[in-house]
Design a protein around this ligand. Structure first.
Ligand SMILES: [Cu+2]
Length: 69
């Protein structure tokens, strides 16, 4: 498993956190995701044989929360 932390500056409340966690959590290969409304960090644990950082950042962007690593 790989773990990355992405920062999504548009996360501003618990609603955003839920949206982000749902969007990333449904990617095949993502084992765990937790977002934080204060730091705006998104911690993702994923199986690198099933998905990658590009897919995760694409899902964040599609959900309305573009991220940087
Ligand atoms: Cu919000």
């Amino acid at each position: 498993m790989e773990t990355i932390t992405l920062n999504a500056p548009d996360i501003s409340c618990e609603h955003c956190v839920a949206t982000v966690e749902q969007a990333v959590g449904k990617i095949d290969g993502v084992q765990a995701v937790s977002a934080d409304a204060a730091s705006r960090d998104v911690n993702v644990t994923y199986d690198a044989s099933h998905t990658d950082v590009a897919a995760i950042t694409a899902a964040l962007e599609a959900a309305g929360y573009p991220a940087k690593s």
